[in-house]
Write a protein that binds this ligand. Sequence first.
Ligand SMILES: CC(C)(COP(=O)(O)OP(=O)(O)OC[C@H]1O[C@@H](n2cnc3c(N)ncnc32)[C@H](O)[C@@H]1OP(=O)(O)O)[C@@H](O)C(=O)NCCC(=O)NCCS
Length: 293
Amino acid sequence: MSTVVRPLTESDLPEARRIVGAAFGTFLGAPDPETFWADRDYVFGRFGAEHVASYGAELDGELVGSNFATKWGSVGFFGPLTIRPDRQARGIGKSLVAAVSDRFDAWGTRHAGLFTFAHSALHLALYQKFGFHARFLTAIMTAPARPGTDDMPSSRYSGLPQSERPAVESACRELTEELYGGLDLSGEIRTVAARGLGDTLLLWDGAGGASRLAGFAICHWGPASEAGEGCCFVKFGAARTGPGGEDRFASRGSQCTGRTSRATAGLGCTSSTTGVRRPTRAALPNEPGDTRT
Ligand SMILES: CC(C)(COP(=O)(O)OP(=O)(O)OC[C@H]1O[C@@H](n2cnc3c(N)ncnc32)[C@H](O)[C@@H]1OP(=O)(O)O)[C@@H](O)C(=O)NCCC(=O)NCCS
């Protein structure tokens, strides 16, 4: 029978999550792929979110893979894309990349990207078939958390009353607009707070009524999120550009690591670093988009 690609449903989620762990565990050579990434989630936190479209691939009536398209305003990315290990190399992965590519077209996405494995000819060839070009080597780095310096006033999105949240989302949008036209993280910020996946850290220049948003970081933490047990994962971070931008970006990082025992972040990096896995970020069209350092 041929593969059917369809929207993912709620009843698919446990099996989709199992396939994500088994597919990555098998690819990365984990001793027990069935328990790989048991302490984190990439499926339940995305499914049904206001800015995410979720797809499943079915073969002979069984779910055999899934993929997720995420909309950050004019910018889109997809993943995790996973196919059940015993059903790989039959064109199912391609059909799920086709589904998210169609979704980006329907959304009017101007810049689309994904993270993948720089060392894998399979992955690079698969995505090139859809026009994605390898761009940045991105070191996914982990550090033990230290007490934050708190050198800038900060607040958390989830601590704000509902009435103040739209203004903060607008301030975040104005900041990201400077990085890439139309880049908008509002849906991500709201989803992380509404689903208890973590929180958005807000940094401010100045105090009281004269304060201005200097930067923000959307963080996941804990086992129900993409961070995993005992870890904070900075999913997106940005600081206002212009004079002092580097300090604002550093302060954003130090305040994130001061709030957990272990912190993980992906940093755009062109130098070769040993000892870390280096996935690569592929982008369409071939321009920096939302990834700036
Ligand atoms: C990556 C993954 C999703 C691919 O799914 P799949 O169903 O096996 O892939 P498909 O069969 O649809 O397509 C693979 C394509 O790559 C090609 N390919 C495979 N190995 C290749 C190689 N070494 N060099 C060049 N092309 C290669 C295949 O020929 C095929 O293209 P074709 O059908 O046009 O010939 C799947 O292997 C998987 O789940 N891996 C583990 C999780 C993972 O890595 N996810 C992606 C993270 S970015």
